[in-house]
Design a protein around this ligand. Structure first.
Ligand code: ZN
Length: 193
């Protein structure tokens, strides 16, 4: 049942992304009527964990509207306790069937992690969270930043399960699907990994 809902949500996001790529985005469910309808209660079809990058806007690139997506964003979609707790909230209180982890091309956070530059303040904490994905792809062919970003999107799904017993158990019980994807800034296309 929940897996059907996850598949349906994925198909819907994919269809929205195809419209966005083709320049036929409909901008659905963004009018005053929808705004009033969701003011009292939200029932998002999926949670999206993605980067804070200004060019990666889930509602736009999946052609979704108000109340459709529960979005958690940190630089490089790194997982801290706030991000994990937010996803747990979406599962427990909003019954979302799907968590989509969306990495992207030309990610500044991943680029810095690949370059190995230490950052001031808490920026280094963000870099450290990405570095295992850099190390895992250090000998891979092709573009180092792209390889690390894809790996980081894949790795984040196992990190979620490791960091959250609630989310892990929901996956085991088939109440929740966690899927990774990669967004190309230039083409606008999302590739499910
Ligand atoms: Zn980014």
């Amino acid at each position: 049942m929940r897996q059907d809902a996850a598949s349906e949500a994925l198909a819907d996001l994919n269809a929205g992304n195809l419209r966005f790529c083709a320049g036929h985005a409909e901008g659905p469910r963004r009018d005053a009527e929808r705004r009033r309808a969701v003011a009292a209660k939200q029932s998002p079809k999926a949670a999206v964990l993605t980067c804070s990058d200004s060019r990666v806007v889930p509602e736009l690139l999946f052609d979704q509207g108000l109340g459709d997506l529960f979005v958690v964003r940190t630089a490089g979609h790194v997982l801290d306790r706030g991000a994990v707790g937010s996803l747990e909230y979406a599962l427990e209180h909003l019954q979302i069937p799907l968590v989509l982890i969306l990495g992207h091309s030309c990610c500044g956070a991943v680029t810095s992690a690949v370059a190995g530059r230490p950052g001031p303040g808490s920026i280094d904490w963000v870099m450290n969270a990405i570095r295992p994905s850099v190390w895992a792809t250090v000998s891979a062919q092709g573009d180092a930043v792209e390889n690390a970003a894809r790996e980081h999107a894949r790795r984040t799904s196992s990190d979620i399960a490791r960091m959250s017993a609630l989310l892990h158990e929901a996956v085991e019980r088939r109440r929740l699907s966690i899927v990774s994807a990669y967004y190309d800034l230039a083409s606008g296309s999302v590739e499910f990994l």
